[in-house]
Design a protein. Sequence first.
Length: 404
Amino acid sequence: MLLTPAEATAIIARHLPTLPTEDCAIEHAHGRVTRQRIVTDRPLPPFDRVTMDGFAVRSADLIANPRAPLAITGYQAAGMIAQEMTRPGTAIEIATGATLPIGADAIVPYEDTEQDDQRVRLREGVFCESGQNVHREGSDFPRGTALIAPGTFITGREIAVAATVGASRLRVSARPAVAVVATGDELMEVDTVSLAPHQIRKSNDHALRAALCQSQLVSRVQRFHLRDHPPEIEATMRQILASFDVTILTGGVSKGKRDHLPTVLAKLGATEHLRGIAQRPGKPMWFGTTPRRTPVFALPGNPVSTYICLHRYVLPALRQMAGAVPAGPEMVPLGQPFRFERPLSFMLPVRLQSDPAGARTAHPAPFNTSGDLGGLLATDGFVELPADQTDFLAGTAARFWRWI
């Protein structure tokens, strides 16, 4: 009996190793998955921070007479040690980002003041309140606050936070080396000019490599090609399984006479965990692990099947291996009705559209066959439609998987 996509996902998840950790300089941490908790080493902000260019004042000097003139006693830029306001009726000219002077409790922006030589006063109708335009010490986060949890993908935002708290080196997940193996006698190199009618240029391995590299989940990807010759498959696969952390194959896993891969993998000691998923496209997918516990994904050879299975199963598996926090499902409503009668889950390519109000809908873009890779160009991803329905009305919410 075929597995459902959810059952297949659960089986894959149970058999995945967790990648080791390594230290990474902050300059190279973008796109990595952190395996440490990043904590504030001091309050944020670390001092009473000025948020407007203008004048630091004591609000008490202006309660009785908001228009009282104040003597300008100095200037304080960002990065300077805080000056002191020792006398009443004074002000210090100040820049955004500077530390609030000792004795001051408010900032009056330039545009709310009038200046006369070394004196400044508030404009008519302007009032001053204690604390205005001051970002108080620790008001964002106190010292010791965990800001970034393990399992977070590091983007520019996380880089900024890590830099702020002095995390110059981060503990992150190591990235696996991946082998992408295309199979079949019919496959020829991309630069082949003269093709026989029965030959096609290799595309799956290039597509998989590009998507894997763009995901930033891998350290390197190396492509291989296997002809439909069992001794050659066995010799090459023996080397690949010993040398790479993850192996992804395309083709050779269905029920044809020349689909040798499951037999060869078993001979090499790989344990089969699943073969066949109740979905279209992608039904013949195979998954197993080697004696070293490295995962092997054998994807169907048809291009659309391969690309969908990569996004539906392989990329989430790589995220799990990296210790990434699981992403919640992205749901979108169908923009038009769709009917599918076969008792399989249907992975339906869609294009997203937004109306003037910002409401987003997914519009089916059915492919001619699972070899219609060009049909994916105008799509943004695919929705997963469950097998227990045949008619899907416009507005039906479906899980959306976005192409990388």
